[in-house]
Design a protein around this ligand. Sequence first.
Ligand code: HMG
Ligand code: MG
Length: 299
Amino acid sequence: MFILPNSATIIEVGPRDGLQNEAKVVSTEHKLQFIENLQQAGVQEMELTSFVSPKWVPQMADAKDILANVEKTGRQLVLTPNEKGINAALESGARAVAVFVGVSNTFNKKNINKTTDESMKALKPLILQLKQDGVFVRACISTAFHCPFEGAIEPEDTLSLCQQFVGWGVDELSVADTIGMATPTESYELFSQLKEAFPDVLMTAHFHDTRKMALANIFAALQASVDRFDSSAGGLGGCPFAPGATGNVATEDVVNMLHQMGIETGIDLDRLCEAVQKIEPYVSNPVDTGMYRLYKNRA
Ligand code: HMG
Ligand code: MG
């Protein structure tokens, strides 16, 4: 028999992971409208934006304006790699911060301009301070399965990185298949080990859908008792520093799969598709996800 929970949590990453990779910059007004529409569809946890260098990622240059104007509801995460970003996020009122590090040194260097060790050394005191101040901390682990530069990643290396974060008291691990190369067997094996090693942290799976294996990987992660999934409305996005990586798995397709299996998410699928329809004119490519296509044909 399959192991299936009664409910699962979606962490919507469209406004951050989705829009950070857009060829044309989406206006602050349209981003805020997208966030509000997602909230109204029932999304409770969301990465709203990132506090990163605007030279590296110009699409996220309006992070302060996003935080200043967003409707305060649910868990509102902002992504940031360093002290400057964390300070700016806190000054803007953030109470939930996502830090990110690649298991692969080469990827980390291209993404954050530091080796993995350098990033970890710099993050340790920052995370300890955030926890002392009662801030929710999520650690995003990039290239947990495969790296575009170094190839396959040893599960022990991913586990060892997660171990450090857990030791510093993070609340959540978001373990990522950055380039969408993991297989369902790899997903099951890694998440089984992670759940066994770290039973007390929130464990989230973050799949990009480059090879259309993300839904299968989510099903495999469910078998390993994972019940939290990052996804992006409309399947938008990808990491600008991971060649070949396309968007995250589409929230509407994940929600549909979960609902069809009797797993509640608290998200209204039609309202979610409406949110996708409203942002679609402002992104570079037409959205072509399974559930969104059905929604448009029905409308
Ligand atoms: P650097 O050039 O080594 O940094 O970049 P620096 O410390 O030398 O600073 C350079 C300039 O950036 C300075 O400004 C700093 O003030 C500024 P200047 O004096 O030249 O005018 N700066 C900042 N500005 C705003 N916010 C900050 C910040 N830090 C420095 N936080 C740095 C290092 C980390 C800044 C850069 O590499 C960077 O911003 N990288 C971000 C990369 C990124 O956003 N990638 C995508 C997100 S990760 C992802 O998508 C993966 C994930 O989805 C999981 C998965 O799928 O794998 C999470
Ligand atoms: Mg990602």
